[in-house]
Design a protein around this ligand. Structure first.
Ligand code: ATP
Ligand code: MG
Length: 353
């Protein structure tokens, strides 16, 4: 039996297609995955980071905790999408306490909101030998009305939100917990139901982030427009790849069309990255999010890039009970678990938004 520490948190990833929760225990010999659960939510309840139906989301979170026996009600949550700003800025090198005093006014020019309307945080990054006169800082900002709505829904579910993180940092965390950090550029592509987040990491620093309001829920919309079913039915058809109303070939065509559009966005992001960092090369791409399960994504991406493409396994360095979590179960859950696992290792006493 493993006992949880007072500072341990449950990672809670509130997505627009599924809510995920991971309870871990930090022990002397490493982190142990105690519980992990996913519950689907219907389309429209959360859209583009807006919680349209808070009662339904709170009820789903309650059901998730109860179904999977998750006991630790202290949680770390995250927000993401194009309204959340995550950006690396560079300022003239100064002493760290001077940077702390300056950073809000410096950051203001990169944030398209009034500073009083946002939650703001930053990390002073390691000094770079190549640019000794400058210091890189990662700024993070999210509209208060957005973070407040997530806090409210978590409290309505009877949980205590200790940390508000952002998806891309939770994803970086998940990657760093499980993979060796190298000085190669690695692109993380996380595709959920309504959003895709692209980021490039080098060493343990975020170089580049781009959030798109574009996820694999687009496939469902297309299925609806072709056969006139509901979005929920389209989700079932997408997952099972079977329907009496549409042939497997037509389904494949729809999926391929979407995969090509998605790859176009990825190559645009890569072009933008190379125009900013012409000396860098992305030679590895790590996929996560439920969209990573779609084989057409991987096929089209493999055709279009010479990078090594892998799926993220966010459970890799966690100890697991082999009876509760079989290898095939973990493999199936892995893509959708990435952000949640990155959140689960946060501690009560750490900073967040
Ligand atoms: N095996 C699979 N084949 C096809 N699609 C899948 C598969 N597994 C999951 N998905 C899709 O992945 C999506 C859910 O992924 P995920 O949980 O990462 O998204 P989310 O967090 O709910 O969305 P978002 O973060 O964009 O709000 C759903 O659209 C689901 O249909
Ligand atoms: Mg998500």
């Amino acid at each position: 039996m493993t006992f949880r520490k007072k500072t341990d948190l449950t990672g809670l990833d509130i997505g627009s297609g599924a809510i995920k929760a991971a309870e871990i225990a930090n022990t002397k010999t490493g982190s142990v995955l105690k519980k992990f659960g996913i519950i689907r939510i219907s389309p429209g309840i959360i859209e583009k980071g807006n919680i349209n139906e808070p009662e339904v989301v709170a009820e789903s979170i309650r059901a998730l905790f109860s179904k999977y026996g998750i006991k630790n009600r202290n949680v770390a949550v995250s927000v993401g999408g194009p309204r959340v700003i995550v950006r690396k800025i560079s300022i003239r090198n100064k002493k760290e306490d001077e940077i702390h005093n300056l950073i809000r006014s410096e950051a203001e020019q990169y944030i398209p909101y009034n500073m009083e309307d946002i939650n703001f945080d930053y990390r002073i990054l390691e000094k770079q030998e190549e640019t000794p006169r400058h210091r890189d800082i990662l700024i993070v900002a999210a509209p208060k009305n957005m973070t407040d709505s997530y806090v409210r829904v978590v409290e309505m579910a009877g949980l205590k939100p200790w940390i508000m993180d952002v998806d891309v940092l939770a994803l970086q965390n998940a990657f760093e917990l499980n993979y060796k950090i190298t000085n190669q550029c690695i692109m993380l592509i996380h595709t959920g139901t309504g959003r895709t987040c692209l980021s490039v990491l080098k060493n343990n620093s975020l170089f580049f982030v781009q959030d798109l309001d574009f996820g694999c829920g687009e496939i469902n919309k297309k299925i609806v427009s072709v056969i006139g079913c509901t979005l929920d039915q389209a989700e079932e058809i997408k997952l099972t790849r079977k329907s009496q109303f549409i042939s497997e070939q037509d389904l494949k065509k729809i999926t391929l069309l979407f995969a090509r559009e998605w790859c176009l966005e990825v190559s645009r992001a890569l072009d933008f990255f190379y125009s900013t960092y012409p000396d860098e090369t992305v030679n590895k791409i790590i996929l996560s999010g439920g969209g990573a399960n779609i084989s057409e994504f991987r096929e089209v991406l493999t055709d279009q890039t010479s990078a090594d493409i892998r799926m993220m396994n966010p459970f890799k360095n966690f100890k697991t009970d082999k009876i509760r979590f079989t290898d095939s179960m973990l493999k199936k859950l892995a893509p959708q678990a990435a952000i949640c696992m990155g959140l689960s290792v946060r501690r009560r006493n750490q900073a967040g938004l």
